[in-house]
Ligand binder design. Structure first.
Ligand SMILES: *Cc1c(COP(=O)(O)O)cnc(C)c1O
Length: 457
């Protein structure tokens, strides 16, 4: 390949379909320190595969605890990936010009998938393994609807019924994601719902509850745990989800090589941590196996700043306190984030693997307000044409800040960020930003939620 510095004007770095990775990358093989065990909420003892069997197919449980570096991608999954993978890597030349920066800015674009985000990378895999093991129906939760639409799409690929518990606030405010899920054939109810014990309990106390991701997870887990034909599916946080998302970074490594450059800085937004890990972990694996170091930044919202303001402790993944306990950066499972538009980032916790690497000093974290994030997204749309998801806008903000800092210092650094999804269903949020009525929310620690953390060991 030619050197893309200088007058080479290549803008898209494209791989062919047979360059879709044949194996996912599992960072568990290369971690600098061992991960903390997952604990049973009742006994406080490490859980085993049998504890998870009511919720997940065995193949996914195996991946959850695997320490194999490479996990083969089954052919039917690669076949479905062909619908939208490999995803393009772009050099943001027009944005570089607008910012007048010596930095080179690259972005991996995951918004071209049928559901419009990186989430089908794991939804397809999860639907496949469930179908293989005889699951008829999958229950899940969704915030703004990105995960629900990815799983609804994947359910249609592999003939599974999908029931989605959609956070009430989004259900009421964002009908289009719901309609997309229904078009793919899923059943969608507003959470808290009258269809689970947990939901009925919340409604009895708070009939007008706007819901939260933590509550919707409790409902979906209860649904799966109480029905033989049904498993549960989670769109982020868990190790197997992060493994599936590694296709993003594995492709990006090849594409950066095509561009003839190495990223100095790798940036992605982080809600539960899956698109961040998807891009960053394959690069970090190179480092852990003796390669060069990269600066890696996870960007979270100021309204739910688990990595920058939370505590590193064992906590529940859900509000109903039904899930196993995982060690992670958390704001407390009772913490309900303010209604920012980046629904995918409104979560009290963070993936245990991302948390571990943050605690160990291998990655950095930064929190940004939604106002500056939308300002960056609008500048990006005007320069590059793509309208980013509000979640992705957080990554763009930091990528732009770093490019602006490079201008001040004259540094020729190479920035790579993940554009995790498009924002075509988020135009109401853009309208608010454009009309000046978008609010920023300061994080106020919920002392009760933090005091309520489970006492472990
Ligand atoms: C769900 C979502 C996120 C946040 O989830 P992660 O697991 O942290 O990646 C980010 N961007 C988009 C577009 C999403 O749909």
């Amino acid at each position: 390949m030619s050197d893309s510095r200088g007058d080479d004007r290549t803008t898209k770095f494209l791989l062919s379909e047979d360059q879709i990775p044949r194996a996912w990358y599992n960072i568990a093989a290369d971690l600098p320190i061992p991960p903390a065990p997952v604990l049973h909420p009742g006994t406080g003892q490490p859980i085993g595969p049998a504890d998870l069997a009511p919720l997940f197919p065995m193949a996914l449980i195996g991946q959850e605890v695997s320490t194999e570096r490479e996990i083969e991608i089954p052919e039917p999954v690669r076949e479905a990936y062909r619908l939208y993978r490999p995803s393009p890597l772009f050099r943001a030349r027009r944005l570089e010009q607008v910012l007048d920066t010596p930095a080179h800015i690259y972005y991996k674009y995951e918004g071209g998938s049928p559901a419009g985000s990186h989430k089908p990378n794991t939804a397809i895999a999860q639907a496949f393994y469930n179908q293989q093991e005889g699951t008829k129906r999958i229950a899940t939760e969704t915030g703004a609807g990105q995960w629900g639409s990815a799983l609804a799409f994947a359910g249609a690929m592999f003939n599974l019924e999908v029931k989605v518990y959609m956070v009430r606030a989004s259900y009421d405010q964002k009908p289009y994601r719901r309609i997309l899920m229904e078009t793919y054939g899923a059943e969608v109810v507003a959470s808290p719902s009258p269809t689970t014990n947990y939901g009925r309990g919340v409604l009895a106390e708070h009939p007008d509850s706007p819901g939260s991701l933590g509550m919707a997870i409790s409902e979906a887990v209860e649904d799966a745990a109480t029905r033989d034909d049904t498993k549960y599916s989670l769109g982020s946080v868990l190790n197997h989800v992060l493994i599936h998302q590694s296709v993003v970074g594995l492709e990006a490594i090849e594409q950066m090589a095509m561009a003839g450059e190495e990223p100095d800085l790798i940036i992605a937004c982080a809600g539960g941590g899956s698109n961040f890990a998807g891009l960053a972990f394959p690069f970090l694996g190179l480092t852990f196996r003796g390669g060069r170091k990269y600066r890696v930044i996870a960007v979270e919202p100021e309204a739910a700043p688990s990595l920058t303001r939370g505590v590193y402790a064992y906590d529940f993944g859900d509000t109903g306190k039904m899930t196993p306990l995982v060690k992670m950066f958390t704001l407390g499972s009772d913490f309900i984030p303010e209604p920012i538009h980046a629904g995918g980032l409104r979560y009290h916790g963070m993936s245990p693997l991302v948390s571990l690497l943050k605690d160990h000093g291998d990655i950095e974290a930064r929190a940004v307000h939604q106002g500056p994030a939308f300002a960056a997204a609008v500048a990006f749309a005007r320069a590059e044409g793509i309208l980013p998801a509000p979640e992705s806008a957080h990554a763009i903000r930091v990528a732009m800040d770093e490019a602006i800092a490079a201008k001040a210092s004259g540094e020729k650094k190479v920035i790579l960020f993940n554009l995790s999804g498009h924002g075509h269903f988020d135009l109401a949020a853009y309208e608010r930003y454009l009309s000046g009525s978008l609010e920023d929310y300061e994080y106020v620690p919920d002392e009760a939620a933090l005091a309520g953390l489970p006492k472990v060991g």
